[in-house]
Design a protein around this ligand. Structure first.
Ligand code: NAD
Length: 328
C-alpha cells in the first residue's frame, strides 16, 4: 500500500516509525507539509524517494495513495478528509479530529458515505494491558465497571498553537482526550458531565490561553462514575497518563496502556495479573487499519469515535464555562 503523511511535525515521526516497521506492506510514498523544508527533512530521514507536496489537495489527487496519515494541528483541518474520501483513500487521523462538533460530524458523514476505512489516533486502545482488561470484560469476568479515575500530568510549553486554546482546544481537548477515550472504551456512553477548567499557573506566559488545571466528572448511562484531572504544571519532562478502573470483580491499576496490575476482588485468594509489555501501540493501530482495508472489516477506532469523544469534551468545556452539570 502506498501511504502519505500530511503534517510532518512531532507526531508524524511516530507514525513514520510505525510505517517503517511495516515496510513489507507499506511504502511511504508522499509527504506534505505547508513548510516544504519540513517535508524535505522528513523525507531525508525516512523516505528519500517520497514525493514532496506543500498542498494536501495536490498530494491526495496525484500521489496514487491507498492510505493517508493526517497529522496537522487541530486548528489546521480544512478539507483533507473530504479530499481523501473522494479519492477512496483510507485515513489514519490524529486526535482531536476537529475543534467543533459540526466539522467533526461532517467528516464522519463524508467518510461513511465514501465507505473508506478510518482510524483515529487513540493508540492506547492497542496496549496489551488494555486489551487484557477488555478481554476479561467481554468474557463477563470483570462485572460492571463502576469507577474510572485518571490523571494527565505534564509540564511543558509545547508549540505556539498548543498554548492557544482557540487553536488546540486546550489541555483537556488536546491531551487529556486520550483518558476520556479510554474511559468511554471501558464504560460506554456518558449521560452527564461537570467540569472546572482554569488557567491558574500560566497567566503570565504570553499567548497561553489553554487550561492548565482541570477536573471533570462524567456519569455514565449505567450509573458508573469517572473522574479525570489534568495539569500542565506537574513534573517537567514527564507526561503521566495513568488511571484506575474499579469493576465489580476486578480492580485495575494502569501505569500505561501496556503496564497494569489487575486484581480479582471477588475471590478469596485475590489472584493478581501483572502485565508489563513494550508493545508498539502505534504499529498495532496501523496494522488494525491495514487489516480492515484488506478484509473489509471495521477498525477499532473509526472516525465516528473521534467525533463522539470530542462532543463529550465540548460539553465538558461548556459545563466549565457555565458552572453547571450538562446532561448529554
Ligand atoms: N496520539 C498522540 O499521542 C499524539 C501525540 C502528539 C500529537 N498528536 C496530535 O497530532 C497533531 C499534530 O501534533 P504535532 O505535535 O505533531 O504538531 P506539530 O506542530 O509538531 O506538527 C504539525 C505539522 O503540521 C504542519 N502543518 C500545519 N498546517 C498544515 C497544513 N494545512 N498542511 C500541511 N501541513 C501543515 C506544520 O508545518 C507542522 O510541521 C495534533 O492534532 C496533536 O493533538 C497526537
Amino acid at each position: 500500500m502506498r501511504i502519505g503523511i500530511i503534517g510532518c511535525g512531532t507526531v508524524a515521526n511516530r507514525h513514520a516509525a510505525a510505517i517503517t516497521g511495516l515496510s513489507e506492506e507499506l511504502e511511504l510514498a508522499a509527504l506534505c507539509d505547508h513548510t516544504a523544508a519540513k517535508a524535505q527533512a522528513f523525507a531525508e530521514k525516512y523516505a528519500p524517494e517520497a514525493a514532496i507536496y506543500t498542498d494536501h489537495r495536490a498530494m491526495l489527487e496525484k500521489a496514487g495513495l491507498d492510505l493517508v496519515v493526517i497529522c496537522v494541528p487541530p486548528y489546521a483541518h480544512t478539507d483533507e478528509v473530504e479530499c481523501a474520501a473522494q479519492g477512496g483513500i483510507h485515513i489514519l487521523m490524529e486526535k482531536p479530529i476537529a475543534l467543533t462538533s459540526e466539522q467533526a460530524w461532517r467528516m464522519v458523514e463524508c467518510v461513511e458515505q465514501a465507505g473508506i476505512k478510518t482510524q483515529v489516533g487513540f493508540q492506547f486502545r492497542f496496549g496489551e494491558a488494555v486489551e487484557k482488561f477488555k478481554a476479561l470484560q467481554a468474557e463477563g469476568k470483570t462485572g460492571r465497571v463502576a469507577l474510572f479515575t485518571g490523571r494527565y500530568f505534564s509540564n511543558a510549553l509545547h508549540a505556539d498553537w498548543w498554548r492557544d486554546r482557540s487553536k488546540s482546544g486546550g489541555q483537556v481537548i488536546e491531551q487529556a482526550i486520550h483518558l476520556f477515550d479510554m474511559m468511554r472504551y471501558f464504560m460506554g456512553e456518558p449521560a452527564a458531565v461537570y467540569s472546572r477548567q482554569e488557567n491558574l499557573l500560566h497567566q503570565d506566559v504570553p499567548g497561553y490561553t489553554s487550561d492548565d488545571t482541570s477536573a471533570t466528572v462524567v456519569t455514565f448511562r449505567d450509573g458508573g462514575i469517572g473522574v479525570i484531572t489534568a495539569t500542565n504544571n506537574a513534573v517537567p519532562g514527564k507526561w503521566i497518563g495513568d488511571y484506575r478502573v474499579v469493576a465489580h470483580k476486578v480492580t485495575a491499576d494502569f501505569v500505561s496502556a501496556n503496564i497494569a496490575t489487575l486484581t480479582q476482588t471477588d475471590e478469596a485468594h485475590t489472584p493478581v495479573i501483572a502485565i508489563d509489555s513494550e508493545r508498539d501501540v502505534r504499529r498495532e493501530q496501523l496494522r488494525d487499519l491495514i487489516n480492515a482495508v484488506k478484509t473489509g472489516g471495521t477498525t477499532r477506532t473509526p472516525l465516528r469515535e473521534g467525533a463522539t469523544v470530542l462532543d463529550l469534551l465540548l460539553k465538558a468545556r461548556q459545563a466549565a464555562e457555565e458552572r453547571r452539570e450538562i446532561t448529554l
